[in-house]
Design a protein around this ligand. Structure first.
Ligand code: NDP
Length: 491
């Protein structure tokens, strides 16, 4: 099966005709191809997006855009079953999680339809200023052509989280999916086309990050780039944007800690640890990857955790009973395995996992892994593994727990489990992270802001903040007095 770029409302090959293989992570089979595009295709997409903006998209009302966003949501909903299966073949995740992703994408387009409508009523909001002869009003205007670069771990969801608010804001889009998982994003473009989105408003260009992604980051016609991915790629995108003084939002990696106090129900704690660390094989930017457990419950919790982790069903994502699927690629599995080997060389001890499962001879599987005795300079404590790998450490008191949790160059998410509400609030206030989960780990809501601090990036996606990322605030100031201004005449 060959897939094509979607540029200016047309489906097209890369200019060179070159393609990249699409591999099923569970069977290792190459079953499709995507175009290998670069700067020329990105430039064509930017020109199409500029033309669509000028041709009228910029002047659409929020209500008009809302109708299209709802039609896209309905299109995803109608095809949700097939899209979920395609997502599993493309990136390996368990089908139960892929189904959830599809419902999340539908909800995202519906939510931003509502915000687009509401935007119409917010134009012209007055700002009270100190001189009554002036009337200041605010306008929210689309940023222009935006470049959206998304990763492979939640392909359609990540695309939806950016495309829906960008369209709601009245921007036009050049979208670059990951070369490892582009297929559902191309389906999204098909759905948008069928929903009646005008040509050039949404363009999807496939290719390698170093070629196609780099071209998006460096294009002077792109007013704003919104990037989700690894910290190293984010750094390169930021360098490219700096040359243009170009606006940028980054959602990067994490090394999120969960603090488990000794007043919790141990079985509930284990459930949230699994949810936080093993969902999507741990390939989640906000994954819980360091669990800090209070001394007095450490041994009991560890025993329950070992039992639960070893009981997880590892297998192909299309099998309904699978809880942990394959990693995205051979390279990613090797990266995870190498980090675990290095961690052990540096003194960590594995409670379980640390290898590929013996019973599966095909697929990029890696057993859920728990590491102990991980010192603070160990690579497993410091680096984002992006796989089903968790370290567990102990702490004595609240202050120690907070200090350990904040010992990271990242600051995306953190979690605290305790029966004591005051303690949860106290700890949440001191955790240096964009997201703190209390008595849970992992839930993301379309309505709530998403993003991190420190090297996890800056700016916030989702919620109203996600749409305002794609809007520029303009003040329109009117002199309303009948009197002449007279400033120079008076001298
Ligand atoms: P990347 O950061 O490379 O991928 C994210 C997106 O950026 C992809 O579309 C990628 O394209 C693109 N990209 C890559 N290089 C550039 C560049 N120089 N300029 C512009 N765009 C670029 O993640 P990887 O897939 O390489 O994973 C590496 C690590 O990043 C992971 O192991 C994990 O630690 C982290 N990661 C974090 C994610 C998050 O949500 N925070 C998501 C994915 C990865 P392409 O895939 O085609 O190369």
């Amino acid at each position: 099966m060959q897939n094509l770029n979607f540029i200016n409302g047309r489906w097209c090959q890369s200019l060179s005709g070159e393609t990249l293989p699409v591999t099923d992570p569970a069977s290792e089979e190459n079953y499709a191809e995507i175009p290998r595009s670069g700067a020329a295709e990105v430039d064509a997409a930017v020109q199409a997006a500029e033309a669509a903006l000028a041709a009228g998209w910029r002047r659409t009302t929020g209500a008009q855009r809302a109708r299209l966003l709802r039609a896209i949501a309905a299109g995803i909903q109608q095809q949700a079953g097939a899209l979920a299966e395609l997502e599993v073949r493309d990136c390996g995740k368990p089908i139960t999680e892929a189904r959830y992703d599809m419902s999340d994408a539908v909800a995202c387009f519906e939510y931003y339809a509502g915000l687009a409508e509401a935007l119409d009523g917010q134009q012209g909001t007055p700002v009270e200023v100190s001189d009554p002869r002036f009337e200041v009003k605010l306008r929210h205007e689309p940023a222009g052509v935006v470049g959206l670069i998304v990763p492979w771990n939640f392909p359609l969801v990540n695309a939806a989280w950016k495309v829906a608010p960008a369209l709601a804001a009245g921007c036009t889009v050049v979208l670059k999916p990951s070369e490892l998982a582009s297929l559902t994003t191309l389906r999204l473009a098909r759905i948008a086309e069928e929903a009646g989105l005008p040509a050039g408003v949404l363009n999807v260009v496939c290719g390698l990050g170093s070629e196609c992604g780099a071209a998006v980051a460096a294009h002077p016609g792109i007013a704003k780039v919104s990037f989700t991915g690894g910290t190293e790629s984010g750094r390169k995108v930021m360098q490219a944007r700096a040359n243009l003084i170009g606006d940028l939002a980054l959602e990067l990696g994490g090394k999120s800690a969960m603090i488990v106090f000794d007043d919790v129900d141990l079985d509930h704690a284990v459930e949230w640890i699994l949810m936080g660390s093993m969902y999507n094989q741990g390939q989640v930017c906000a994954a819980t990857s360091r669990v800090l457990v209070q001394d007095s419950i450490f041994d009991a919790l560890l025993e329950k955790l070992r039992h639960a982790v070893q009981g997880l069903r590892v297998g192909a994502g299309l099998d309904d009973s699978t809880q942990v699927g394959p990693l995205i690629s051979a390279a990613q599995r090797e990266r995870v395995a190498a980090l675990v080997r290095q961690g052990v060389e540096q003194g960590a001890r594995l409670l379980c996992g640390g290898e590929a499962p013996g019973q599966l001879d095909k697929g990029y599987f890696y057993l859920p892994t728990v590491a102990l005795d991980v010192s603070r300079d160990n690579v497993l404590w410091r680096e984002e593994v992006f796989g089903p790998v968790l370290c567990v450490a102990r702490f004595g008191n609240e202050a120690q727990a907070i200090e350990l949790a904040n010992d990271s160059r990242y600051g995306l998410a953190a979690a605290v489990l305790s029966d004591d509400g005051e303690r949860r609030e106290r700890v949440a206030a001191q955790l240096v992270a964009g997201i703190v989960w209390a008595n849970c780990s992992g839930p993301a809501f379309i309505q709530a802001p998403w993003g991190g601090v420190k090297q996890s990036g800056f700016r916030r996606g989702l919620g109203e903040w996600g749409m305002h990322e794609f809007l520029e605030l303009k003040q329109v100031t009117t002199y309303t007095s009948a009197d002449a201004w007279g400033h120079f005449n008076a001298r």
